[in-house]
Design a protein around this ligand. Structure first.
Ligand code: ADP
Ligand code: MG
Length: 325
């Protein structure tokens, strides 16, 4: 925990990808914080910058990507300033990620046990063989996998089991922050729920903070304490699940929530009209203005700041900041 009582504090983070086709401003001025043991859901449509944010926190932004500015404090260390060598010691041990499409990130020619042990060796923890075996057993047990899975190769496992194995790898070293990037999107609904429950139990046991990334706000709401909504590279709303669902502030959040399938309309999904901006420029106005049914003139002129408009409920929207200059 740092002096403010947060395990993670992201401050004005900018991440860009510099490609031949131009620059993509994938994260602009992203700020939020996380308390120890807290579960934060990060939602937003595809291309809004969620995975970029996760990779930045793990020190894994690679060319053509670049962190253009900002701070990422893990307890009392600013990861943005840390050299690659030092970041490698943090990754896996202090923060770890269950990557998007994790099931396919397993090495097909290595036993699950060896993939778990690789992470421990990388960190030069100086563990004995029997200590490593114990950690392997405990990690598999924690994700409700049979100890025999240690001896198996990925192709011998079902999708749900592979996903659990990836979670076991991510938690083996008891990190303070676990980032799960769409951990269940490739699984069927029943397995999704089971895997989410496993993450929930683990989180409670380990006391790690979790950032759960997804686009299914309904599923997410059952597993997190707070929700952060991302749109076109910016955080547009941040608040408790209850506040976000009962009185969403940002028009984009309002539309996301009203588009959730409900029993009354028999599961039909109302899409949100319009297209997402391509993130080709540093925003100088509200990124949502072209799709916003409530836009007012200032929305075309200025970037709204993410501000706390109600206790613990933050929104980046001019509708609430008329007196702000
Ligand atoms: N390696 C990369 N090179 C160039 N552009 C990228 C790269 N990775 C992501 N992007 C772009 O950055 C934006 C945000 O992507 P991403 O963070 O993957 O969003 P999400 O996870 O929300 O779908 C998108 O426009 C995407 O095309
Ligand atoms: Mg992604």
């Amino acid at each position: 925990m740092n002096d403010n009582g947060y395990v993670l504090r992201v401050e004005n983070l900018d991440v860009q990808y510099h490609t031949d086709a131009g620059t993509v401003y994938a994260n602009s001025q992203v700020s939020f914080n996380l308390k120890p043991g807290e579960r934060l859901g990060l939602v937003g449509e595809s291309g809004s910058g969620k995975s970029t944010l996760a990779l930045a926190i793990l020190g894994m932004i690679k060319p053509p990507g670049r962190i253009g500015g900002g701070e990422i404090w893990l307890e009392n260390t600013d990861l943005v300033k840390l050299p690659e060598e030092a970041i490698r010691q943090v990754r896996g041990r202090q923060v770890s990620m269950i990557p998007q499409g994790a099931m396919n990130s397993l090495n097909p020619v290595a036993r699950i046990k060896d993939q778990l042990i690789d992470g421990m060796i990388d960190h030069e923890l100086g563990l004995s063989r029997s200590e490593m075996n114990r950690m392997v057993r405990e990690a598999l047990e924690a994700v409700e996998l049979d100890p025999q899975v240690a001896q198996m190769y990925p192709h011998e496992l079902s999708g749900g089991m592979k996903q659990r194995a990836c979670i076991a790898i991510a938690i083996a070293m008891n990190p303070k922050v676990i980032i799960a990037d769409e951990p269940t999107s490739a699984l069927d609904v029943v397995t999704q729920r089971q895997v989410m429950q496993t993450i929930g139990h683990l989180q409670a046991q380990l006391g790690s903070a979790v950032i759960l990334i997804g686009h299914d706000m309904g599923l997410m709401a059952q597993f997190v304490d707070r929700i952060a909504v991302m749109y076109a590279g910016k955080l547009v709303e941040l608040g408790s699940v209850k506040d976000t669902f009962t009185h969403p502030m940002h028009p984009y959040t309002q539309m996301l929530i009203s588009s959730l399938p409900r029993l009354e309309n028999k599961g039909t999904f109302n899409g949100i009209p319009g297209i997402t901006p391509l993130l080709r420029e540093i925003p100088t106005d509200c990124v949502f203005n072209s799709r916003c049914p409530q836009a007012i003139p200032i929305c075309m002129q200025r970037v709204p700041k993410l501000l706390e408009h109600r206790p613990n409920q933050w929104a980046a929207c001019h509708l609430y900041q008329s007196e702000e200059n």
